[in-house]
Design a protein around this ligand. Structure first.
Ligand code: PEP
Ligand code: MG
Length: 571
């Protein structure tokens, strides 16, 4: 019997409870030739309709954000290409509905699983979820209803589909463990929004955990303990209670500024992907939206969002944020993010290819639609517009000129547009840093995208495992570049923010603030913890630390030094 299983940390936190072993019904079937196609088609459509009813009722129970996942499921149930492929198999090949469904959907699943993009890869799980539901209806089997769980448990499953995850009542379900899945699977995303710990991708947890075992999930480390000794239980109970207490303590910082011991302040903003994320941002004390990744608007449907749809989304975010500024990034597509309806060219090196601003400057109609929607929404709050992956001065000027031209057209049409929109850029390429002195004179603000900056600085594809050792976001090279951005921006009175993953990392935060970064934008759940640790610092100490570590030779050396500094602070 294994005592400890390692998996992927999908959602932080500690859970201690008995397991609920999720058993899926046997959905195996025989492939057979049918003689009444009409009857078979009717059976197939009956199963589709019942699945739609199920999904609509699940959708009513979940949050707005989660409901969108099921919009995508419902869309798939109406996808004419998919439905007609299954109908053709039934009609032309005289295949029974089960086999037709299985063959067609498996092709879709394989297609998604073969993609390079982790996010899109995980969408295969959504298709499996729908297939399972239709199949269960065809075979007259019942799928388990997890909303009926009324005991404190940890769900243990081979896989947890989004619709199963949506049924979880967090008063009773303390966390979950699955054999498969990754950090970006929908069930992992949902666990983070629900705030319950989860460990996924354990390979074998469902085989090793028995009904009468006691289970501990360590969501931070991605570890699962089976029947741990009493010492381990005690220490985890203590950590769980401390976590709970700490979360409560952090709530008092929601409306407070992030003021260092010497009175210096740092702004902590949230990164969002859709209007429904604003609520969580505000609940976690975001002082603004530092990065609104608009590509999710484009990824949600089968066609580009209209000007009106975009206007509504931007207006909603601006209105909900009130006085707090909202930085919207224009479409950042290409690289690892594809859009089926845009037909992006297949490229040898997509990360070095037609991506982000390069694409929108080429597809002017698409860009103009987004700019118009943004300009129209600008009167509903404090809007800042930011262009992604700028690498030359000309690109920025072209993009800004397009924005001004659209503004002019709107004014002529009698539509009001704010006169107070800051226009800035993402700093993600080394060329921008070398041209910072020039950029600082023409852009209103800078937001450093350390995820891409790391990739482009080390010439290391962030999706390629063979070179992942080079993806060193804490290397002194990165901080030296950030120092250069901060210095030039300061000289011309412009603001600098960091909105890549580095912004929520406590080691990096100390150095970034020391370098003169004034705003950090991160995932909402990290804001209060960051505020709590930053207020213990003194700006001058951080400046000394930053100067010292940018002179270091390696990432390892830097991490060691900053960690030592942080330990001294907390003692
Ligand atoms: C970045 O590159 O750091 C960034 C914030 O942009 P994205 O992660 O969306 O590429
Ligand atoms: Mg980026």
């Amino acid at each position: 019997m294994r005592n400890k299983i390692k998996g992927i940390s999908a959602s932080r936190g500690i859970a201690i409870a008995s397991p609920y072993l999720l058993k899926s019904p046997d959905l195996s079937f025989e492939k057979r030739e049918i003689d009444d196609e009409e009857k078979e088609l009717k059976r197939f459509h009956g199963a589709i309709n019942q699945s739609k009813v199920d999904l609509s009722s699940i959708q009513k129970k979940v949050s707005v954000e989660e409901a969108k996942i099921f919009d995508a499921h419902l869309l798939l149930l109406e996808d004419p290409e998919l439905i007609s492929a299954i109908e053709t198999k039934i009609k032309d090949e005289k295949s029974n509905a089960e086999a037709a469904l299985d063959e067609v959907m498996t092709t879709y699943i394989d297609m998604f699983e073969a993609l390079d993009d982790e996010y899109l890869k995980e969408r295969a799980a959504d298709i499996k979820d729908i297939m399972k539901r239709i199949m269960a209806h065809l075979l007259n089997k019942w799928l388990p209803d997890l909303s009926l769980i009324k005991d404190e448990v940890i769900i243990v499953a081979k896989d947890l589909t989004p619709s199963e995850t949506a049924q979880l009542d967090i008063r009773y379900v303390k966390g979950f463990v699955t054999d498969i899945g990754g950090k970006t699977s929908h069930s992992a995303i949902m666990a983070r929004t629900m705030g319950i710990p989860a460990v996924v991708g354990t390979s074998l947890a469902s085989e090793h955990i028995g009904e009468n075992d006691l289970v501990i999930i360590d969501g931070e480390q991605g570890e699962v303990y089976i029947n741990p000794d009493s010492e381990t239980v005690k220490s985890y109970e203590k950590r769980r209670d401390e976590d709970k207490q700490h979360k409560e303590t952090l709530k008092q910082y929601i409306d407070l500024p992030t003021e260092l011991k010497d009175g210096h302040t740092v702004k902590l903003n949230a990164n969002i992907g859709s209007p429904s994320d604003v609520k969580q941002a505000l609940e976690n004390g975001a002082e603004g939206i530092g990065l609104y990744r608009t590509e999710f608007l484009y990824m949600e449907s089968h066609q580009a969002p209209t000007e009106e749809e975009q206007f509504e989304a931007y207006k909603t975010v601006l209105e909900q944020m009130g006085d707090r500024p909202v930085t919207v990034r224009t479409l950042d597509i290409g690289g690892d993010k594809e859009l089926s309806y845009l037909q992006l060219p297949k490229e040898e090196n997509p990360f070095l290819g037609l991506r982000a601003i390069r694409y929108t400057l080429k597809e002017k109609e698409l860009f103009a639609t987004q700019l118009r929607a943004l300009l129209r929404a600008s009167v509903y709050g404090t809007l800042k517009i930011m262009f992604p992956m700028i690498s030359t001065i000309e690109e920025f000027i072209m993009a800004k000129n397009m924005l001004l031209a659209e503004k002019q057209k709107l004014v002529v049409e009698g539509i009001s547009v704010s006169d107070n929109i800051d226009v800035g850029i993402m700093v993600e390429t080394p060329s921008v840093i070398m041209l910072m002195e020039q950029f600082a004179q023409i852009a209103d603000f800078f937001s450093i995208g350390t995820n891409d900056l790391t990739q482009y600085t080390f010439a290391c594809d962030r999706m390629n495992e063979n070179v992942s050792y080079l993806y060193q976001s804490h290397n002194p090279a990165i901080f030296t570049m950030i120092a250069k951005v901060a210095q030039a921006a300061k000289k011309y009175g412009k603001k600098v923010s960091v909105c890549g993953e580095l912004a929520s990392d406590d080691v990096a935060q100390a150095v970034l603030v020391g370098l003169g970064v004034e705003e950090l934008s991160m995932n909402a759940p990290s804001i209060l913890g960051s505020r709590f640790s930053l207020i213990n610092h003194v700006k001058e100490d951080l400046e000394i630390l930053a100067l010292e570590v940018t002179k270091m030779k390696t990432q390892e050396e830097l991490m060691k030094q900053v960690n030592k500094f942080l330990t001294q602070i907390t003692v």
